[in-house]
Design a protein around this ligand. Structure first.
Ligand code: GUN
Length: 292
């Protein structure tokens, strides 16, 4: 039996087209365009690529991209002052501070300084609390993108066993919350889990976000499961590999996301979605959650 490869790239373009359409209708009705402020501190090459892609996507959706690039020696105080300014600006709906930050800056302090209503990354403790309490807020883009992929694959959530491998604040924990809110039975596995294959083999839905190339093989997967691979690992040969051995997984699963062109493009698409939602809320418009 051969499983299906989930077309993350195609689905991400669909989400971005939805956002573009929503933004166009809003500006045609006389509202200002949404604004997304990106803040990049230091020289990390991967962060530069990610932020460039986020800015390009924003512009293609009709979102105004305001970019601040600060050198690696920028003080925490200067960064906090910039965030304060972005918090008060009327034309800024979303603020994204690209992580990781240089070691001399306290990441938690920076995240807590962002206005929770502009926190399109969903990292502020207020938004983390809102997600766990089931209140309206912002959900981190990567797990939100994973949920959208599962929906697009017509996955049954109600009563399904979902196993999340990885317990990061950015992916694993919010992913587990989202699946719980969909009425899944949720298990979280991590580095101390005993006999991981015996746990992951129970999963109708398996989401893997660890950062270890090909750590999940056919022996971890229940026949017919849907597998979402969040890992992006660059091998010594320069090739990108997921946390899941895609070829092996496809022999057992109903559907698997590839790496690249799986979850990656969804993260950016959901950032666009969160930004249009922030814009709607700040303008007091009825929210358009078409891409949720
Ligand atoms: N670094 C890695 N992933 C992310 C993300 O989703 N948002 C931000 N701001 N930084 C990141």
């Amino acid at each position: 039996m051969a499983g299906e490869i989930i077309d993350g790239r195609g689905i991400s373009l669909k989400v971005r087209a939805e956002v573009k359409d929503i933004v166009q209708r809003r500006t045609a009705a006389g509202h200002r365009a949404p604004g997304l402020a990106t803040v990049l501190v230091g020289e990390d090459p991967a962060s530069h690529v990610y932020v460039r892609n986020k800015r390009k996507a924003a512009e293609k959706c009709g979102i105004i991209s305001l970019h601040h690039e600060l050198d690696a020696a920028t003080s925490e105080k200067a960064l906090l002052a910039l965030i304060d300014e972005l918090n008060t600006r009327d034309d800024v709906d979303g603020i994204l501070v690209q992580l990781p930050l240089p070691a001399h800056i306290d990441e938690g302090k920076v995240i807590r300084a962002i206005d929770p209503d502009k926190d399109v990354d969903g990292f502020h403790p207020e938004n983390v609390a809102r997600l766990s309490l089931g209140f309206e807020g912002f959900v981190p883009c990567t797990p939100k993108g994973c949920l959208r992929l599962l929906r697009e694959m017509d996955t049954t959530f109600e009563g399904a066993h979902a196993v999340v491998v990885g317990r990061s604040n950015i992916v694993g924990k919010p992913m587990a919350q989202l699946l719980l809110a969909e009425n899944c039975t949720v298990t979280i596995c991590h580095s101390r889990t005993r006999d991981m294959p015996s746990v992951t083999r129970l999963a109708d839905i398996l989401v893997v976000a660890v950062g270890r190339a090909h750590m999940i093989g056919a022996e971890h997967i229940k026949p017919g499961a849907v597998v979402i691979d969040v890992g992006i690992n660059r091998g010594e040969d320069g090739k990108l590999r997921g946390d899941v051995d895609t070829e092996a997984a496809l022999t057992v699963a109903r559907a698997v996301t590839p790496v690249p062109k799986g979850v990656g493009p969804m993260t950016i698409a959901m950032l666009m979605h969160n930004t249009q939602v922030a814009h709607a809320r700040r303008l007091g418009l009825a929210e358009q959650e078409a891409a949720s």
